[in-house]
Design a binder for this molecule. Structure first.
Ligand code: DQA
Length: 142
């Protein structure tokens, strides 16, 4: 099954306008285009979904079960709060890589903890747009 899902959580739709000194100038569209191109180079298809709503992200994880070889997920602020998203990741078979644009460990202490990371296949943090690319490569070499 050569198909990946790219999931992005709250406020990622505002990239390019939001806290540019932290997240850079690129947009969600830029990420989706670049990840799709990289996946395509490896003969993988990519589906993309972004939501500002926890329940919608949970529903998308449930629907994804068994339909993808992997899920690349930037849960944004829900990383630090959401036991419900953690449970959803635990409930599905499909491996999830947690991705962050910024290095959360260099930032406020409330960002140092992830509710999700220990339920994930792996975590990639702090490489800007490249965090997403590294996640694709991690699935390619799995
Ligand atoms: C983020 C880091 C989170 O702490 C923050 O709430 C985000 C973005 C990142 O990609 O660096 O919205 O997930």
């Amino acid at each position: 099954m050569n198909r990946l899902l790219l999931l992005n959580g709250p406020n990622i739709n505002l990239l390019g306008k939001r806290e540019k000194e932290v997240y850079g100038e690129f947009t969600l569209q830029d990420i989706e285009t670049e990840v799709a191109e990289l996946a395509e180079n490896h003969r993988y298809d990519l589906d993309c979904f972004q939501s500002n709503h926890e329940g919608e992200l949970i529903d998308r994880l449930h629907q994804a079960n068994g339909k993808y070889s992997g899920i690349i997920f930037n849960p944004a602020a829900y990383t630090h709060t959401s036991i419900a998203l953690r449970d959803a990741i635990m409930a599905i078979e499909t491996p999830v890589i947690e991705v962050h644009i910024s290095n959360v460990h260099k930032r406020e202490t409330f960002r140092h903890q992830s509710m999700l990371a220990s339920a994930c296949y792996g975590q990639i943090v702090g490489f800007g747009m490249k965090s997403y690319r590294l996640a694709v490569l991690a699935f390619m070499e799995k």
